[in-house]
Design a protein around this ligand. Structure first.
Ligand code: ZN
Length: 157
């Protein structure tokens, strides 16, 4: 396993829309393992392929209850809502309070290429939504209101 380089905001790759993978091949399996290893190395709880420079729809997450590896993840149902301050390995030294669904059901392919549905709630549901945002080029800073963005910019000076 290998520690991959994490792309940092404002790297253009973080704004790309990622492509669905046709199948989970040995290459994707290897990538899942390297992404998990990289995520653990930097003490993250989730990571997406664009964060390591690849525009593929792959995400990994681990909030302590076991690793989740998903290709082509799609939220098929959701309920409740919850607010929490989030960080991102690609946006260091920033944290943003974000309202997200409390519970989600996600469909995708696992590391064996099998179609799976995962029911997640709380932190895991949040991390999965955060990583799916990455696959669409969306980042935590996009959740700041224009006023808050301006204030953060001014406070940095
Ligand atoms: Zn992130």
């Amino acid at each position: 396993m290998e520690v991959l380089e994490i792309k940092k905001y404002p790297d253009a790759i973080l704004r790309k829309k990622c492509k669905a993978v046709k199948a989970v091949t040995a290459q994707e399996k290897r990538l899942f393992e390297d992404m998990l290893f990289t995520m653990h190395t930097f003490k993250g709880v989730g990571l997406s392929a664009p964060q390591v420079g690849l525009t593929k729809q792959l995400i990994v997450a681990d909030v302590g209850g076991g690793a989740v590896k998903l290709a082509n993840p799609k939220i098929i149902s959701s309920s409740g809502s919850d607010r929490m301050v989030e960080g991102c390995l690609s946006v260091p030294e920033r944290s943003v309070e974000i309202k997200r669904f409390y519970e989600v059901t996600v469909r995708g392919l696992n590391e064996k290429g099998e179609r799976v549905e995962i029911e997640a709630k709380g932190l895991l549901a949040r991390v999965i939504q955060h990583e799916i945002d990455h696959l669409r080029g969306k980042l935590i800073v996009d959740y700041l209101s224009p006023w808050k963005r301006l204030k953060k910019l001014l406070l940095r000076r």
